[in-house]
Design a protein around this ligand. Sequence first.
Ligand SMILES: Cc1cc2nc3c(=O)[nH]c(=O)nc-3n(C[C@H](O)[C@H](O)[C@H](O)COP(=O)(O)OP(=O)(O)OC[C@H]3O[C@@H](n4cnc5c(N)ncnc54)[C@H](O)[C@@H]3O)c2cc1C
Length: 465
Amino acid sequence: MPESPKLLRLLSAAVGAENVLTDPAVLAASSHDTWPVSTKWSRRGEHPHQADVVVRARSEEDVAAVLRAAEEFGTPVTTRALGSSVTGQPLPTRGGIVLDVSGLTGPHEIDEIDMTVTAPAGVNGGDLEDALNETGWTMRFSPQSLYRSSVGGWLATLATGQFSSRYGGVEDLVVGYRVVLADGAVAELTASPRAAMGPDLRQLFLGSEGTLGIVTRVTLKIVPLPAVQHLQTFLVPGVGAGLEIMRDQAARGLRPSLLRLYDTDEARHAMSDPDFDGTVLFVGTEGEPETAEAEMAVITRIATGRGATALGPAPVEAWLGRRFDFSSVEKRLDTPGGFAETIEVAHTWRHIEGLYTDVRKALEPLADEVLVHFSHVYPQGTSMYVILLGQVEDDAGASDRLAEIWATTMQVCLDHGAELSHHHGGGLARSPYSRRSLGSAHRVLRRVKHALDPEGLLNPGKLGL
Ligand SMILES: Cc1cc2nc3c(=O)[nH]c(=O)nc-3n(C[C@H](O)[C@H](O)[C@H](O)COP(=O)(O)OP(=O)(O)OC[C@H]3O[C@@H](n4cnc5c(N)ncnc54)[C@H](O)[C@@H]3O)c2cc1C
C-alpha cells in the first residue's frame, strides 16, 4: 500500500526530499539482495517484496528521525546497507520503508594506542581495510564479500571472515557501537577492554538483522599487519582425516590464520585442476616470524602423522589471489535455467562427518555439482560450506530447484541437530526454520523483540519474528 502523503512529507522534512524516493526503478532495485532465489526473481521481473518508499539516511539523526516518523504511522522499516546478503535479509516483506544506510559514511578514526578503528556503519569494509593497510594496520577481517559489504552489515549479520580461525568472527572484532532503537532513542554499547556490569549488551544486536535497532557507528579492533605469512597445501587421505587434523590442531591451541579443508569435488576447483583427485587442506600461519614458523611446524607434524603429504604453498597463494571472486556462482545465476547456491552450517567434531555424508547424499540428486569445504574452526567443531551448481530448463524451474535445495538441506541439518547457519544468517531463506533451530531460546528472542520493538516494525518477517 503506498505510503500516506503526510508520512512522505514528514520524511522529506527530516532527511530532505531528494532522499525520499518512490521511483519504481529504485523500489524494484531495493527489493532484491544477493540471495540466488531473489536473483532469479529479479531475472523474471518479479518483485514479491517491495518497499513503498526508499529513504536514504546520511547521519544518525536521519536514522532516528525516520524511525520516529515510522513509529508514528505504524510503518515497517527494513534497513539495507550494501545488499550483499545471500539469504534475503534486507527484503521488505511488508512493504513500507526501506531505510538505505549505505550513505552513513565519512572519515574513520584510528586509535593506535588502544588499537581500534571507529567508522560510520555504512562504510565499505574493503575501503576501510585498504585505508588501514596504508598505515600499517589491519582488521584481519576478511569475508569473501569484503569489498561489497558494510561494517554495520557485518554486525547485523554476525559475519565472519576467511582468517577467522585466528582472529574470530565479528563478535571478536567488535569493541562497541551506537544503535538507534525503534522509537528513535540512541544507545551506545561498549565494554573496553572488558566489563561485568550486567550482561554484555553488545551481543544483543549482533546477528539481529535489523530487527532490533539500527547500528550507526562501530568501533572495531585492529592489529599491526602480520610480519610474515607461511602457507602450505596438504593432500590428505580423506575428509575424515582432514577433520581430525583440524580438530587436533585446535586441541593443541594453535591459531593458524587459514585452515580450509576441501572435499574431492571442491578440491578440483580449489586446485584449479579439473583432473585433481584428492582431498586437500590449505593452511596459513602468520604473525611474528618465530611463532608463525613454529605453528606451521606443529601443524605439519600433525598432518603428516595422519597420512598427509605437503604439496607446497603455490595452490594457497593462488587461492589468496582470487579469494574475493564469486563469478562462478554469478555467471551460473545469470544463465537462463542456471542455478547456484551456497549454504553454510556448523556442527561439533563428534557429528560433523555424519552431517557431511548425509547432506551430500541428499543434495547430489538436486545439482550437477555439490562442492563442500570446512573453513572456520573452533575448539568444539567447524563450519561446513556447501556450494551447489546446476542447470535446468528455465528460470522458473531454477527457482523451484533452489527451494527444494533449501528445504532438503535445512531438514537434514535439523535431523542432525546441526547449527542451521554459520554466518550467512536467517533472512527469508531460514526464517521458517528459526523456531525449530533455536528451540526454547526463540522465546527469549521474541520477548527481546517485543521489549525493543513492540509494534514489530523493524524488518518484519525475519528470524521467525
Ligand atoms: C560474494 C559474497 C560472499 C560473501 N561472503 C561472506 C563471508 O565470507 N562471510 C560472511 O559472514 N558473509 C558473507 N557474505 C554475506 C554478506 O556479505 C554479509 O552478510 C554482510 O555482512 C552483509 O553486509 P551488507 O552491508 O551488504 O548488508 P545488507 O545485505 O544490506 O543487509 C544485511 C542485513 O543486515 C541488516 N543491516 C545492514 N546494515 C545494518 C545496520 N547498520 N544496522 C542494522 N541492521 C543492518 C539488514 O537489515 C539486513 O537484515 C557474502 C556475500 C556475498 C554476496
